[in-house]
Design a protein around this ligand. Structure first.
Ligand code: DX5
Ligand code: ZN
Length: 231
């Protein structure tokens, strides 16, 4: 299966007082707009919730990629899908019934994503791959933008890519993804790249997105050759 590198800029590093303008700056370049919902319980930071996500959805045509860093996603995540987020990702560490929740998100019309913190192993969740559309492997401890990329997570990305095999499950990385680190992520098998400070910390976010995508695409391993059916 051919994998195209997608870039999902995190608006956590944007100006929260001017979100519509900040979204317009990445329109046409970004594949998704990554929105970090934090509840000050699952992570030690508080950002925004459903009303702001609804305002974002009303102000842009960029598909919205909601990353829920919240407790009890079983209770709160479906509303983000019902509001129109194209992708809703919840944390494995927080979900009580991840299969039921993923099915609920899909039934509401969203792509279902499952996120793992850096110290959470992927093996216990491999049986869930048929139930999800994206696996998010955190490459920093969730909670804040601008942290340093954790190289120690790379083998987990490699293992996840091998387990995904031919399935149509995207593999997202989030945290410390920049021009310095994105090639390592792509080589390991990631295909959706969240970048906050590496996009909004520059003068030209759209150009930063294009540069990141070019690096990721160049570093993406070639898809396994399809066995020839002729001769
Ligand atoms: C952190 C968030 C990330 C954050 C990434 O918990 O999930 O999406 O915005 O920011 P950078 O790219 O600056 O590490
Ligand atoms: Zn995020």
């Amino acid at each position: 299966m051919t994998r195209r590198a997608q870039i999902s800029p995190s608006i956590l590093s944007a100006d929260f007082a001017r979100l519509a303008d900040e979204l317009a700056r990445i329109d046409g370049a970004a594949d998704w707009a990554h929105v970090d919902v934090m509840d000050n319980h699952f992570v030690p930071n508080l950002t925004l919730g459903l009303p702001v996500v609804e305002a974002i959805l009303a102000s842009t045509t960029i598909p919205v990629d909601c990353h829920l860093m919240i407790q009890n996603p079983d209770r709160w995540a479906p509303a983000y899908a019902e509001a129109g987020a194209g992708s809703v990702t919840f944390h494995a560490e927080a979900a009580a019934a991840p299969i039921r929740l993923a099915r609920t998100l899909r039934a509401a019309g969203a792509r279902a994503g499952l996120a793992l913190k850096p110290a959470t192993g992927v093996e216990p969740y491999l049986d869930l791959l048929p139930e999800i559309d994206m696996l998010l492997i955190m490459t920093v401890e969730p909670g804040f933008g601008g942290q340093s990329f954790l190289d120690v997570v790379l083998p987990k990305i490699v293992a996840a890519r091998a387990a995904i095999g031919d399935r149509d499950v995207w593999l997202q990385v989030d945290g410390g993804v920049s021009a310095e680190t994105i090639e390592r992520c792509a080589e390991a098998g990631a295909d959706v790249f969240v970048a906050g400070s590496a996009v909004y910390g520059t003068d030209d976010p759209a150009a930063a997105i294009e540069a990141l995508r070019a690096l990721a695409t160049a570093a993406t391993p070639a898809a396994p050759a399809t066995p020839s059916t002729s001769g």
